[in-house]
Design a protein around this ligand. Structure first.
Ligand code: SIN
Length: 302
C-alpha cells in the first residue's frame, strides 16, 4: 500500500483540506487527532479521518466527551453499527453501547470465571470467534483512573511485513481455528442467548480464518491470529501448531509494532480491528475504569 501520511502532517497538507492536526505516536501505528469536533464533521473531515484511520490503524481524539447518541452518530459515519458483542449485552437501555468495566458487578459479570472477566487485559483482536469479526470499534473514555489503565495496540501489518519472505510464504494459505468458548461460555450459559448480526446466539461454534489476512480496503497483508481466541493451525500437527502460534503471538506484539495510549476522560479512540491486536494494561488496581465501545460490522477475513 502506498503511504497516505508521511510522518506528522496537518490535514491541510493532504489532498483533502481540513483543519485537523495530527501527531503520530509511533512509526507505523497510532495518531492523535486534534482540531475537530466529532459531533460536527464535514464530509471532507469524514473522508480525511477514514483515510488516516486506514493508514495509522488507530486514532485518538482527545477531549471529545461524546454522549451515547453522538458516540453512535460518529461511528455511523464509518460503517454499519453492530451489536457490541455476541454474548455480553450492551448497557441497559442502549444495547449498541458495550461497556468495558472490569469492576462491573452486574450479575452477568459476576457469573464469569476470573480468567474470562479479565480477558481484555491480554492481547486480542475483538470477537474473531465469529465468521465476520468487527471491522473496527470506537471507544469513549467515561471514567479513567488517576493512574494506569492505558490501552496498547499492535500493528499486525507491520508484524507480517517484518517476517522473512520464507516465513511469509509458509504462513500464506494456512488457516486457524478461532473459538470463544473459553472466554465467553460462562456468560452464555448464564444469559442463555446473545445476539449477533441480528441472529440469536445460543452456542459458540468454532470458526476458521486465514492466518494471514488481506485488508479489504488497503490490500495490506497482516497476521490474523491472536492468543485470545485462536486455538490451532488447521494444517499443522498440534505440537507444530503450538510452537508456531507461540512464536507468532510473541512476534505480533514486539514493542516496535505497538503504540500505548494514556487515556483522559472524554477521549475517543477508533481502531481498525482487521489489522490490529489490543490489550488493556491492568495496572490500575481497584480504581474505576469505564470505557464504552461502539462496534462496526465487519466482513469475512480473506
Ligand atoms: C476492548 O478490549 O475492546 C477495549 C479496550 C479498552 O478497554 O481499552
Amino acid at each position: 500500500m502506498g503511504s497516505l501520511i508521511e510522518g506528522d502532517v496537518t490535514m491541510s497538507e493532504m489532498p483533502v483540506r481540513s483543519e485537523l492536526r495530527t501527531r503520530a505516536l509511533s512509526y507505523s501505528i497510532g495518531t492523535i487527532v486534534d482540531g475537530v469536533d466529532l459531533r460536527e464533521l464535514s464530509p471532507i473531515e469524514i473522508d480525511a479521518i477514514r483515510q488516516l484511520w486506514l493508514e495509522r490503524k488507530v486514532l485518538f481524539f482527545p477531549g471529545q466527551h461524546l454522549d451515547a447518541d453522538s458516540h453512535l452518530a460518529f461511528a455511523a459515519h464509518f460503517g454499519e453499527i453492530s451489536e457490541g458483542h455476541p454474548v455480553i449485552p450492551g448497557i441497559p437501555g442502549n444495547p449498541r453501547i458495550f461497556q468495558i468495566d472490569y469492576s462491573d458487578d452486574r450479575e452477568v459479570y459476576a457469573s464469569y470465571g476470573d480468567t474470562a472477566r479479565t480477558a481484555g487485559l491480554d492481547w486480542h483482536t475483538d470477537v474473531t470467534f465469529v465468521e465476520r469479526p468487527p471491522m473496527g470499534s470506537i471507544l469513549s473514555a467515561v471514567a479513567i483512573p488517576p493512574s494506569g489503565g492505558d490501552t496498547m495496540f499492535s500493528d499486525q501489518g507491520a508484524a507480517f511485513a517484518a517476517l522473512s519472505p520464507r516465513m511469509q510464504d509458509f504462513l500464506e494459505g494456512l488457516t486457524a481455528v478461532h473459538d470463544g468458548q473459553q472466554a465467553f461460555q460462562y456468560a452464555l450459559d448464564f444469559i442463555g442467548a446473545g445476539t449477533w448480526e441480528g441472529q440469536e446466539v445460543t452456542s459458540l461454534k468454532q470458526v476458521i480464518h486465514p492466518v494471514v489476512r488481506t485488508h479489504p480496503e488497503t490490500g495490506q497483508r497482516s497476521l490474523f491470529v491472536n492468543p485470545g481466541f485462536t486455538k490451532r493451525i488447521v494444517e499443522l500437527d498440534p505440537s507444530e501448531s503450538e510452537m508456531l502460534l507461540g512464536f507468532l503471538y510473541r512476534h505480533a506484539v514486539r514493542p516496535e509494532f505497538t503504540v500505548r495510549y494514556h487515556w483522559t476522560q472524554g477521549d475517543v479512540g477508533f481502531w481498525d480491528n482487521r489489522a490490529t491486536q489490543h490489550a488493556v494494561v491492568g495496572d490500575y488496581g481497584d480504581q474505576a475504569r469505564i470505557i464504552q465501545r461502539v462496534t462496526l460490522r465487519g466482513d469475512e477475513p480473506r
